[in-house]
Design a protein around this ligand. Structure first.
Ligand code: GLU
Length: 450
């Protein structure tokens, strides 16, 4: 009899090649349902499976659970491919890629499920009931069904809780619990790594492995992502669609890094690291059991960090693509040093630097006092300014303030507002250097002409 302590043992690390858990070749999978957009929870599951596969030189399989006919949504399959590809979580086998163990869409495997259910009926382990086929449970009263979860240790349920349950529905489609066991077995999945919400399904699945004569895989149930109030992450409280993150201008590397830290910690407590490093350092033993709270503020911070560490040449292209090539790459590159420290998402480039491309009319109320006086003096001086370069502009503006005894803060705020339409902008002197003499003067004049 194993002691209590050893039963609680989590995944051993570092992973040794001769460990029990790795006796089989590592093959893991995700099995999302194409019932809408690509969900951040799918990315999270994919991330752990991807890392486990890459770390152990195994295979990562993408299978689609598309047997819930009523919930199918057109384009949802593509959204899953796009979302995972955007994040760099590539898979080795799948509906789009093929592989030795296909087909990888459950809807194309209906014959397989039918044959297997037939065998269960022949062995008196299943029976027909109102057009459906049900599993016949035959447990003794004290029997238990359990497994050694690689994240949670030993988990056991009384077998009596399993009961009889539907395997094949009357429409010929399998239930989740039945299809998942057949597919994981036939696809030679070695480790089932999925969210804790499936713990309660696992006893039925284990019972089915045995009934079907398959070896059961290892199981690891990681914590669910949660809203602030600890409920399961939901779209009412958090954005959950991967495409939303893309549209907001989050960088895939930052989103990945953020997801890595939800429920897992870096052995050196590092906060910023890339997917490659995650794979190197990953082990199931470092996955926490408590549900990580999804905190968008942290993602914003992290995304800002990623923007800052991206080289300008690359960032310029990312911004160019993000805004569908609306702004010239040359201009973006010129502006970048002024805004790079101030933006948290690619999208914020437009809110902060949009004025370079299109004048925005300020509301008169946001000026400081004497703004017309300041602007008049500015126009006069700038019209006589030949050299439009940074140092000279600085000298001229400060000279102007001095000569007229203007209030420095008020003067520069008025200049800022007149040129940009906003009180929150990149450094104004450098901005007008980029904007050019003509455009600067014309914007100043347009303020007076109202
Ligand atoms: N379609 C299920 C889900 O996405 C798959 C569960 C499993 O991995 O077994 O939650």
């Amino acid at each position: 009899m194993a002691s209590q302590a050893s039963q609680k043992k989590v995944y051993p690390e570092p992973l040794g090649s001769a460990r029990d858990e790795l006796r089989r070749r590592v093959r893991v999978r995700i099995a999302p349902s194409p019932t809408g957009f690509a969900h951040v929870g799918t990315a999270y599951t994919a991330l752990f499976n991807y890392a486990f596969a890459r770390k152990n030189k195994g295979k990562f399989v993408l299978r689609l659970e598309d047997t819930d006919v009523k919930r199918q949504v057109k384009g949802a399959e593509q959204a899953i491919y796009d979302g995972l590809s955007w994040l760099g979580l590539g898979w080795d086998e799948g509906p789009d890629k093929g592989g030795k163990y296909g087909p990888y869409r459950q809807s194309e495997r209906l014959d397989i499920y039918k044959k297997r259910v037939q065998k269960l009926i022949e062995k008196d382990l299943a029976y027909q009931d109102e057009g459906a086929v049900k599993f016949k449970s035959k447990f003794k009263s004290k029997e238990k069904v359990g497994w050694n979860d690689l994240i949670r240790g030993k988990i056991e349920f009384p077998a009596s809780e399993v009961g009889d349950f539907v395997l094949l529905k009357s429409n010929g489609y399998p239930t989740y619990n039945f299809a998942v066991v057949i597919d994981d077995s036939l696809m030679k999945i070695s480790h089932v790594i999925r969210a804790e919400e499936h713990i309660s399904n696992t006893p039925r699945q284990i019972v089915l492995y045995k009934a079907l004569g398959f070896d059961k895989p290892e199981f690891a149930h990681f914590p669910l992502l949660r809203n602030e109030d600890k409920s399961k992450i939901s779209k009412r409280k958090n954005p959950v669609s991967l495409s939303w993150y893309k549209k907001q201008g989050y960088l895939p590397g930052a989103l990945i890094n953020f997801l890595c830290l939800l429920g897992w910690s870096h052995p050196e407590e590092k906060e910023i690291f890339d997917l490659k490093e995650f794979v190197e350092k990953f082990s199931l033993g470092r996955v926490r059991k408590a549900g990580p709270v999804f905190n968008l503020k942290k993602l914003d911070w992290m995304n800002g960090e990623y923007i800052r560490k991206t080289q300008n040449v690359k960032l310029k292209t990312q911004i160019f693509e993000f805004f569908s090539k609306k702004y010239s790459e040359e201009k973006i590159e010129e502006i970048l040093p002024l805004v790079k420290d101030r933006i948290k998402t690619l999208k914020e480039f437009e809110s902060l630097a949009g004025f370079f491309f299109k004048a925005r009319k300020p509301k008169p109320g946001i000026f400081e006092k004497d703004y017309k006086k300041h602007i008049r003096a500015l126009i006069k001086t700038l019209e006589n300014t030949e050299s439009w370069e940074g140092k000279n502009i600085d000298k001229i503006l400060f000279g102007l303030v001095d000569k007229n005894g203007f209030h420095t803060g008020g003067f520069f705020m008025n200049l800022r507002v007149a040129i940009t339409g906003s009180r929150f902008t990149p450094p104004i002197n450098e901005s007008i250097v980029i904007l050019g003499r003509e455009e600067t003067i014309s914007r100043l004049k347009s303020i007076l002409s109202n």
